[in-house]
Design a protein around this ligand. Structure first.
Ligand code: PLP
Length: 559
């Protein structure tokens, strides 16, 4: 009998004896044959055919990119599948055990539990470094796998090379190093160390830095002896044809990925710094990933507050060593900004900043004509986001209830998305808040309209109960207001009526538009509401694109 190699000695005996599933296709090497072997349909090419079970083309590409021989690569339906394949190949239920660290990625334990294999997490040192001695003390012949993750999820830190090396040299089983976040790290990948350590398995994925979580592609790199065993266990067609195709395409354009990674690293550091300055935030832990732990006072309330604002982060405060911690992924610049405001709003408490209210703000990254305006003066801090191609989503908080009520008419009746958040000096009076909100809204519309090619004059007349309002609007570049509406009362709600005309004037300045506003009627509330509705309707017409055309109707050319 042939002597077993090191990997075979570690493997489950039933896997050694396993006769893997084989398909007739593997015995035929050309690709021009007449395939009547797999009960496929002859129609609907090319999707009628099973994908290449060995993913030869993709593994060749991965090998070039990572500088690894193809027989040291196996691909999975996400890294999660490669984790599961490792457990099933090497660990006998009820006999063998898996070691890992704590806190770390949850799937290691889940895979162990599903397979009925003992799982022993070893607590990291308090500085999140590897407890090398503790891990080795738990070794023994039944310790088949050690799962490490570097940079580690959720702590964000990368482990010292020396510690990983000591474990590789002394751990009796395979050391699985999950490098899901290695693209964000300063350190080189351990893939290059495969020659030195036959018991090293490196996991990588397209789910994070590559931005391809949806296609599910994970990669494991290991000695060919290990890969050969995993290949026996893997489901034959585990990586589908669409995924193989998309992954090949993405790997041909890796420059974009690298640029995105560089941007995210910059934004991560900026975000951590901004958040660290907020009272109530205790610490942002250093990270070499695209996320970080934020330690705060009262993490669970902050978590709930963020959820209410449509921001989902991960509450890790009940994880070992993560007391008070939320895990936050870096988003787009607009999302990061929104998050900072939301956290600042939470900690400044009742009566302080309002923070951003409302539903999920995914639309900050949705396609469409977007405008984002932030204005900061000594008196106010205003942020406005609009999406002209939105779906009437709205969240408005100015601190003035009646102004909110009026502004909410705009998304509702124009179909645009509108986010308005204002922290104003309302303890002085309403003037600055109203004026600056209007200017910022105008600016946001101006920005969203882009070059405004082909803008026409639009108008809308609208009756409301006892009132009638007419608004004519021209985003033509010249700020102008003609105001023909009289109010007899001093206030409507918490708004002084003298500020109505001022609001429209300020909007006209910000949006560089002409406004002609005329209204008549008895009830003051109805009158001003009718004006806002008519404005919204006029906007709706003015920003509309020609049906079916991907461009603005252009009759006058660029304005
Ligand atoms: C996100 C993540 C993965 C990715 O798993 P996929 O199945 O490839 O999406 C793997 N490991 C860790 C530690 C992760 O955080």
């Amino acid at each position: 009998m042939k002597a077993l190699n090191f990997a075979e000695k570690l493997a489950r005996p039933n896997i050694l004896e396993l006769a893997p599933y084989s398909s007739a296709r593997e015995e035929f090497t050309g690709n021009q044959g007449m395939f009547l072997d797999a009960n496929e349909s002859p129609y609907n090419k090319p999707w009628n055919r099973y994908p290449d079970p060995l993913q030869q083309e993709l593994r060749t590409r991965v090998g070039e990119l990572k500088e690894v021989e193809k027989d040291r690569i196996i691909l999975g339906n996400g890294s999660d599948e490669t984790i599961d394949m490792l457990v099933r190949t090497f660990c006998r239920p009820g006999i063998d055990k898996i070691l890992s660290i704590s806190p770390s990625y949850g799937m290691y334990r889940v895979c162990a539990d599903i397979n009925g294999v003992d799982f022993e997490p070893v607590l990291l040192n308090s500085d999140f470094s590897l407890p090398v001695e503790d891990i080795l003390a738990r070794g023994g012949t039944h310790a088949k796998l050690l799962f490490l993750c570097s940079p580690n999820n959720p702590t964000g830190n990368r482990f010292a090379g020396e510690d990983i090396r000591t474990l590789l040299e002394n751990f009796p089983g395979l050391v699985v190093l999950d490098e899901a976040y290695a693209d964000y790290s300063r350190d080189a990948s351990w893939v290059q160390a495969l020659d030195d350590f036959p018991n090293l398995v490196v996991l990588q994925t397209l789910s994070k830095a590559w931005g391809l979580a949806a296609i599910r592609l994970g990669m494991a790199f290991a000695a060919s002896e290990v890969i050969r065993l995993l290949m026996k266990v893997k489901p034959p067609y585990n990586v589908n044809a669409l995924t193989q195709k998309k992954a090949l395409q993405a790997m041909g354009e890796s420059q974009q990925m690298k640029e995105n990674v560089a941007d995210i690293i910059l934004r991560r550091d900026a975000l951590m710094e901004q958040l660290s300055g907020i009272p109530g935030v205790r610490k942002a832990f250093p990270s070499e990933a695209n996320f970080f732990l934020l330690q705060v006072d009262d993490p669970t309330s902050l978590y709930r507050h963020l959820l209410q604002m449509g921001v989902v982060v991960r509450d890790r405060s009940r994880e070992p060593l993560c007391e008070g911690c939320l895990r936050i992924s870096v988003g787009t610049a607009a999302q990061d900004e929104y998050l900072v405001q939301a956290i600042r709003g939470f900690f400044s408490g009742p009566g302080g900043t309002t923070g951003y209210p409302g539903p999920a703000w995914d639309y900050l990254e949705e396609p469409g004509r977007n405008g984002l305006c932030e204005r900061k003066t000594t008196e106010t801090h205003v942020r406005v986001a609009v999406n002209l191609d939105g779906s009437a989503k709205s969240a408005v908080r100015t601190g003035l209830g009646f102004l909110d009520h009026m502004l909410e008419q705009i998304p509702r009746h124009s179909g645009c998305d509108l986010l308005v958040n204002v922290k104003g000096d309302l303890h002085v009076d309403e003037h600055h808040t109203i004026e600056d909100t209007a200017i910022a809204m105008g600016e946001a519309f101006h920005q969203a309209l882009g070059n405004k090619a082909g803008i026409e004059r639009y108008g809308f007349a609208l009756p409301m109960d006892d009132c009638a309002a007419l608004v004519l609007l021209d985003f033509g570049g010249r700020p102008e207001l003609v105001w023909k509406a009289k109010f007899r009362r001093e206030n409507v709600g918490d708004l002084p009526t003298e500020m109505f005309a001022h609001f429209f004037k300020s909007f006209a300045v910000g949006a560089r538009c002409n406004l002609y506003v005329k209204a008549k009627g008895q009830n003051e509330h109805h009158k001003i509401e009718a004006i806002f509705k008519a404005l919204a309707r006029a906007i709706r017409m003015a920003v509309k694109r020609e049906a079916g055309a991907g461009f603005l109707p252009s009759t006058k050319g660029v304005l």
